[in-house]
Design a protein around this ligand. Structure first.
Ligand code: EPU
Length: 419
């Protein structure tokens, strides 16, 4: 298993270009199942999670072609030969549950493993199942698998107990081919949900209220394949913003979805990070000392849980204290003991972490525990004195395209070596 080795203390400088959003690409790949034929997906990030999802869809008979590194991912969903997402895959990548809605809508059946818990929390899928049942899907649980069957899906009014992102996506996809109208109340507002809705619209789906908490879907008989450009990754952009800021660097972040990053940009501004932002570009400049600010994660448009760990890394070197409150996932502070190994002063009580800013961090061997936790260790390692070694880098591979290459281009002394 590889490790990442960072010699910290270099001010990053130069330009970095943000890739397509993982959490938009995954549901959009799932949605290709709804429309038999050949789809052209542009701006799909080259990541381990995408490769895993290709394998899942491959089990269903979907075929892929890649037209070079920058070319579109060509997805052929003409023939479906399977409808099962096995435990071995779903346990490593929960997003595989996204096949449930589209499969049952197109093939009238799907068997998908229950995801179980993961490093950041219990993460049930009860809302996905409740919504599908309302659409006329018969759900049975058998030996850890969800077996879904339906004759024809019919429209329904569904109120989600929590605005779940993949839950909203699963239901929206299923409803596109249902008979009649579906209304989803308390839908997730995340921009990736809206990107999926735009893709579905391009397939011929009839959707109103895109980007709002009430989404109305008028079912149609069939959808047709399309070409689509996936939105940029707001979390990747925020991660590079934190990396630039913690090193006091001068970095231009290109292709960033600035309009979808307001809560994040506001917090960086409040913390004293100096930057300017236009439509798709963020320019970070060296500024004065950082100030500790409080942050609470919330569903969009609030501060994203997927940026919590990276922002915490930044706060370890701010002046004063900051209180970071996690309200989305109950166990998303696994990075805290690892950041403390680098000399940070963070204590956790319940879902609050109190970060007392230090003058410097000191390199050490640390262990990645989940995707965003790993990103926070990279950010801290870039600022820490001496050498930081990050083990279990497969977590980073899941969600950051060409991380080592992009940071190297910004001048970071970072390399990947076999452990
Ligand atoms: N929840 C339920 N019941 C459900 C579904 C969710 O109680 O049926 C709860 C969860 O336990 C959690 C909250 O609702 O407390 C929100 O979870 P949500 O379902 O919105 O999360 P998700 O759809 O599983 C997506 C992203 C995550 C991101 C969250 C929150 C994808 C593929 N994943 O997960 O991304 O953290 O939304 O924004 O879109 C990541 O990229 O690192 C990542 C974990």
């Amino acid at each position: 298993m590889d490790k990442i080795v960072i010699e910290g203390g270099v001010e990053l400088s130069g330009e970095v270009t943000i890739s397509g959003a993982k959490n938009a690409a995954l549901p959009i790949m799932a949605a290709t199942l709804l429309a038999p034929g050949v789809h052209y997906l542009h701006h799909v990030p080259r990541l381990a999670d995408i490769r895993t999802f290709r394998k899942v869809l491959g089990l269903m008979g979907v075929q892929f072609e890649e037209a070079g590194l920058d070319g579109p991912l060509v997805v052929d969903t003409s023939r479906l030969t399977g409808w099962m997402a096995p435990y071995e895959v779903v346990k490593t990548m929960r997003a595989a549950v996204l096949v449930l809605g589209p499969l049952v809508a197109r093939a009238r059946q799907a068997t998908v493993s229950l995801p179980g818990g993961c490093a950041i929390g219990a993460r049930p899928i009860d809302q996905h199942l409740k919504g599908l049942e309302a659409l006329g899907v018969k759900i049975t649980l058998n030996q850890g698998y969800v077996e879904a069957k339906a004759r024809r899906l019919h429209g329904a009014e569904i109120t989600l107990d929590v605005p779940t992102v993949t839950g909203t996506e699963n239901l929206m996809m299923a409803a596109t081919l249902a008979e009649g109208t579906t209304i989803i109340h308390n839908a997730a507002l995340e921009p990736e949900v809206a990107d999926l809705a735009r893709f579905l619209t391009a397939l011929g789906a009839k959707i109103e209220g895109i980007g709002t908490e009430t989404i109305t879907i008028h079912g149609v008989n069939a959808l047709r394949p399309t070409a689509y450009h996936i939105m940029s990754d707001r979390i990747e952009a925020g991660t590079y913003l934190a990396a630039a800021a913690i090193t006091g660097g001068r970095v231009t972040i290109n292709n960033a979805p600035v309009a979808q990053m307001s809560a994040v940009l506001e917090k960086f501004h409040e913390a004293g990070v100096r930057f300017s932002a236009t439509d798709h570009t963020i320019r970070v400049e060296p500024g004065d000392a950082l100030t500790g600010v409080d942050v609470k994660t919330l569903p969009y448009p609030g501060f994203p849980t997927d940026m919590q760990a990276q922002f915490m890394a930044l706060m370890t070197l701010a002046q004063g204290a900051s209180v970071i409150t996690e309200t989305i996932f109950e166990n998303r502070f696994m990075h805290v003991p690892e950041l403390n190994r680098l000399g940070a002063d963070i204590s956790v009580s319940g879902n609050h972490a109190v970060v007392r800013g230090r003058r410097h961090l000191l390199g050490a061997p640390v262990m990645a525990t989940d995707l965003r936790a790993s990103a926070s260790l990279v950010i801290a390692g870039l600022a820490a004195k001496n050498t930081t070694e990050i083990h279990r880098v497969y977590h980073l591979d899941r969600g950051y395209a060409h991380l080592v290459e992009k940071l190297t281009a910004l001048g970071a002394r970072i390399r990947r070596v076999p452990a």
